[in-house]
Design a protein around this ligand. Structure first.
Ligand SMILES: Nc1ncnc2c1ncn2[C@@H]1O[C@H](COP(=O)(O)OP(=O)(O)OP(=O)(O)O)[C@@H](O)[C@H]1O
Length: 470
């Protein structure tokens, strides 16, 4: 959707405009009457429409087309071409929602100014829509660990106030979910929740995206602040907000008004602001990358969202939750998690927090063996998947034991593995593990492992015996 549709009954004119635009790098489509124009638009929505007001031999005139387009494709900016001296008609067209107009005869510069601005508007609208699409209904926030209960307790305290909240915590820990929880339980729940990814919007586009734009003729493209009016605006990774925008946002926070880009009249908004950061904002302030006044305005109620490793207790319930979610949304198999696999999930490292765990579960459901329950060997680390996907600290069974029992289990498993490696040769095993032969014998005896002659090992514990044999 980056092309321009030119509708004019005069072939010379439409081809002339097309040539100029193509020279400037735009793709164009042409239509000489209203039927062709509507067919082109229905086929693929153009990024911008240039429309002659007077169309000979057409069922609809330009104003009718404009009305239809504004009704059915409100995001397509329409630039009207009007004859010289037809200013009233052009103004009427603006009132009907046209973005701008050019008068015939026009020069190339005039044309290009209007088109470039129109294309920018179109891009901005699409960007805003894409951002809004990310706004899905709040997912359920799950957990019962002490760290999670502390978090929910703090969130519950701020839902009914209008206080600005700063959520800090590592990536993927659930900051946005916490912000949505506040919104959903507040008296702004019926108004929008608009998320602004401060890291994902280019610095030079930020102001237009936030404040919107106004054309000289009064055409308005609202920005995200206006779209969030009466609701919540969520600044995700606020440390990434460009310095110029920081100053402007500071002013918005002071008097809840702002100017659109190109505008001269103040726009009033009623917003609750929630921000998030995974960085240390004090350090950003010390390095002159973040404005202290803005920090103080945003950081009225600071709330820390714990990492997943601080709430390992919640992991089995989260795993079940994600399995059910992927079953519902993607039809992936509804599986349970074996105790060992759950224990392993609880002992892994999770640098990407809940998001990473969600991805791991999704991958297991897609690529795993499919039989119930999910086994340890299907999990990353055990399957040799990327080290980043969670380094295994402990094997599954050991993770569920008390220290003494775990130590014994580990020693048994370790020594049986070594004895196997050395074909049952106790002397070589003793040498490798750094023990006296007699000390190793004693150790094995205390662990219930019986060495029977050459190469054989026996063990009271069936699992260990299986491992020794395998
Ligand atoms: N307590 C929870 N219960 C259920 N799902 C959760 C929970 N916490 C986080 N999630 C899920 O984990 C994923 C990441 O959460 P979210 O996007 O809120 O994290 P974030 O901290 O905002 O991440 P980033 O800083 O990277 O944007 C989401 O899919 C979210 O639904």
């Amino acid at each position: 959707m980056s092309d321009i549709l030119i509708v004019d009954d005069e072939r010379d004119i439409r081809e002339l405009i097309s040539d100029i635009l193509q020279d400037e790098g735009y793709t164009t489509r042409l239509a000489g009457n209203s039927d062709d124009a509507m067919a082109e638009i229905a086929g693929e929505q153009p990024a911008l429409l240039i429309l002659d007001i007077w169309l000979k031999d057409s069922r609809m005139d330009g104003i009718d087309i404009l009305k239809t387009v504004k009704r059915d494709y409100p995001d397509v900016p329409v630039v009207i071409i009007s004859g010289h001296g037809n200013i009233e008609i052009a103004v009427a067209a603006i009132k009907q929602g046209a973005y701008d107009f050019i008068e015939k005869p026009f020069n190339i510069d005039q044309l290009m100014v209007v088109i470039r601005r129109g294309m920018e508007t179109s891009r901005l609208r699409r960007e805003n829509q894409a951002l809004k699409r990310r706004d899905t209904t709040p997912a359920e926030m799950l957990g019962d660990s002490p760290a999670f209960r502390t978090l929910i307790g703090q969130l519950d305290k701020v839902t009914k106030s209008n206080g600005r909240v700063m959520l800090s915590g590592p990536a993927g820990s659930g900051k946005e979910l916490a912000a949505r929880y506040i919104h959903a339980n507040s008296n702004r729940a019926d108004a929008p929740f608009v998320s602004v990814g401060c890291a994902s919007i280019e610095a030079d586009r930020m102001e237009e995206v936030l404040f919107g734009r106004e054309s000289e003729e009064g055409g308005v493209t609202p920005g995200l602040l206006e779209e969030a009016n009466r609701g919540v605006i969520y600044f995700d990774e606020v440390a990434d907000m460009p310095p110029g925008t920081q100053s402007k946002i500071l002013r918005v926070l002071v008097d809840q008004t702002f100017l659109r880009v190109g505008g001269s009249e103040k726009v009033q908004v009623d917003l609750r602001v929630i921000s998030s950061t995974s960085r240390d904002l004090e350090a950003e302030i010390a390095a002159d990358r973040f404005r202290r006044e803005l920090f103080h305005r945003l950081n009225v109620v600071p709330i820390t969202v714990p990492s997943l490793e601080e709430r390992r207790e919640d992991i089995p319930a989260l795993a079940d939750h994600f399995i059910q979610m992927f079953n519902k949304t993607q039809g992936l198999p509804l599986r349970s998690v074996s105790n060992e696999a759950a224990a392993l999930l609880q002992t892994m490292r999770w640098p990407g927090n809940v998001r990473q765990m969600r991805n791991v579960i999704e991958r297991v459901l897609i690529l795993g063996e499919g039989a119930d329950p999910i086994q340890v060997r299907e999990l990353p680390g055990e399957t040799g998947a990327s080290a980043d996907e969670g380094r295994v600290v402990l094997s599954g069974a050991i993770a569920t034991m008390a220290l003494r029992e775990a130590r014994e289990a580990f020693e048994r498993e370790y020594l049986l593995t070594q004895i196997n490696r050395f074909g049952g040769n106790i002397s070589r095993t003793a040498e490798f593990v750094g023990m006296e032969r007699s000390a190793l014998h004693r150790k094995l005896k205390s662990l219930g492992v019986v060495t029977s002659g050459k190469g054989g090992v026996r063990n009271g514990d069936e699992d260990a015996q299986e491992q020794a044999a395998g």
